[in-house]
Design a protein around this ligand. Structure first.
Ligand SMILES: [Fe+2]
Ligand SMILES: [Fe+2]
Length: 301
């Protein structure tokens, strides 16, 4: 099975030169995604963690550590994508896009609230929201910090400096919506949800997490729509590819639990071949719709 690591071995960036090969898949527009957001509201602060507290207390230390690495990646990730989203909101090009983007920023704040409550009530980490975030940061690996604290922050800063800079906007959406959300978050959500469901644990956490997953699909749908529009310009299409080639090796590293072998690791019992394969499929499915290929031939098939 092809996986994310295969892409990191690619040496050259291919581009599509034949416009007729660009896909014509019709995607939801920012206006439709905004209206969907209005129909998909949920409340993070009424979720009941009673059984989650009992479940957590009954887990052994190794499983707690494995789960903490997964949960901390999401907790810190949600905080990062909330605060580092402002540049994109300011870079809207229509009223519908502005409306949708403001909803996404609110969503990310709500996601961080869910994890903060989980850390306070279930993992029993006292102090402030900031204290819990700092505690969660201790679980993270180097590639995570490089992607979220360097690449994402830089992408936001460049867009903030010039909101009309289309290349900066393409870089930002590729980093945020394609790599962070469309590749890493959707993969982590799939395996963490599956693990909790199969083991019948953490129902309160899962209730919020399933709502988060639904929100993330809406977010990724916006990113796919935006990049599909941008990719009609050959220069921007190549830029998307170059950004992906820059970030995919880092993203592959984000998936490696702290302290494990990058070539052969396991996340909650799911092996690296399986998790990388899922991430690869999540990314390449959307790239086909956008019209960007990572194959040397540059063919969308
Ligand atoms: Fe989120
Ligand atoms: Fe998101």
């Amino acid at each position: 099975m092809a996986n994310l690591l295969d892409l990191t071995a690619q040496g050259d960036v291919a581009t599509i030169t034949d416009e007729s090969k660009l896909p014509q898949v019709k995607l939801m527009t920012p206006q439709q995604l905004y209206e969907l957001w209005e129909r998909q509201q949920w409340v993070s602060h009424t979720i009941d963690f009673t059984k989650d507290k009992d479940d957590w207390a009954g887990l052994d230390d190794e499983l707690k550590a494995n789960l903490s690495w997964n949960l901390s990646s999401f907790f810190v990730g949600e905080e990062r994508v909330t605060t580092q989203f402002t540049g994109l909101v300011a870079a809207y090009e229509s009223q519908s896009e502005e409306a949708f983007l403001t909803t996404q920023q609110v969503d990310e704040a709500r996601h961080a609230q869910h994890f903060n409550r989980m850390y306070e009530q279930v993992l029993a980490i006292d102090g402030t929201f900031e204290d819990r975030l700092n505690r969660a940061r201790e679980d993270l690996n180097e590639p995570f910090l490089e992607l979220f604290d360097v690449h994402l922050v830089n992408a936001c800063d460049r867009l903030t400096a010039d909101r009309a800079d289309r290349e900066a906007k393409v870089d930002f959406v590729t980093t945020y919506h394609m790599v962070i959300e469309g590749t890493l978050a959707l993969t982590g959500q799939y395996f963490l949800t599956d693990f909790c469901q199969k083991n019948d644990i953490l129902p309160g956490f899962l209730e919020g997490f399933e709502n988060i997953s639904r929100d993330e699909h809406r977010h990724v749908a916006y990113g796919t729509w935006y990049l599909q529009q941008a990719a009609k310009d050959p220069g921007l299409r190549r830029r998307i590819q170059e950004k992906l080639f820059e970030l995919i090796p880092i993203a592959a590293g984000v998936l490696v639990p702290t302290g494990q072998d990058p070539e052969n690791y396991s996340i909650l019992g799911y092996d690296s071949e399986e998790t990388n394969g899922y991430a690869f499929t999540a990314l390449t499915r959307r790239l086909k719709v956008i019209g960007v290929s990572l194959t040397p031939e540059g063919v969308v098939s």
